[in-house]
Design a protein around this ligand. Structure first.
Ligand code: IMP
Length: 198
């Protein structure tokens, strides 16, 4: 039995990569309940990560009457003025078509030199409660966009993203544990735990 009782929340995401990353950091301090199948998908049409995370968390609170934890994340490329940003999942035209998203990013950056390919992943969490209160937490991971895809670990833009806090490999070439140690999502998880303990 843990000394401190776990915060129990319904997870807005069903993405197994994200759930694994989150559980690795929460270590039971936050217990994630699976998203019930009957909860409809929300249209993520806010213009910020926090806005979209709030939409997702609130829709689950409304459907379940329980506290809910939603994240919204994406890639911000400096030379593209922060794009793809909230459009990260749809950047290549499809719906969560990772290969198409990466292909468009490489195309947009085709003429951009190494030193201008700086970027970051950002994750924002909103933990929304039935009483209307909420906790917001954020994490970022700085890096740059490579010229070719490398590695097959992870998902999304991982084969193109070279994190600054590592050794020149892309996230696609990092094991899950290595990525968890420095990722935007794990940093947001730590920030959320700290906010809940405060
Ligand atoms: P979501 O809205 O949080 O699901 O994230 C939107 C998109 O951002 C995903 O479809 C991915 O393309 C990208 N993304 C978010 N986190 C990561 C990551 O850790 N690695 C690679 N791509 C990511």
């Amino acid at each position: 039995m843990a000394e401190r009782s776990a915060t129990v929340v319904v997870a807005a995401t069903a993405n197994p990569h994200k759930l694994a990353e989150m559980n690795a950091v929460f270590h039971g301090a936050i217990e994630l309940l699976p998203r019930p199948a009957h909860v409809p998908e929300v249209v993520e049409d806010a213009d910020s990560f926090v806005g979209n995370a709030r939409l997702k968390a609130r829709s689950i609170v409304a459907a379940t009457g329980r506290a809910a934890l939603a994240d919204d994340s994406g890639l911000e490329v400096d030379v593209l003025d922060g794009a793809p940003g909230v459009e990260s999942a749809y950047y290549g035209g499809g719906d969560h078509d990772d290969a198409a998203n990466r292909a468009r990013l490489l195309e947009e950056l085709a003429a951009v030199a190494d030193e201008e390919r700086t970027a970051r992943f950002r994750t924002v969490f909103v933990l929304a409660r039935p009483d209307g209160s909420e906790v917001v937490a954020e994490g970022t991971c700085e890096g740059r966009i490579g010229h070719i895809e490398r590695g097959s670990e992870g998902f999304g833009y991982d084969p193109l993203f070279i994190p600054s806090d590592s050794d020149g490999r892309t996230f696609g070439e990092h094991t899950a544990a290595e990525k968890n140690a420095i990722s935007h999502r794990s940093r947001a998880c730590h920030a959320l735990l700290a906010a809940l303990r405060a």
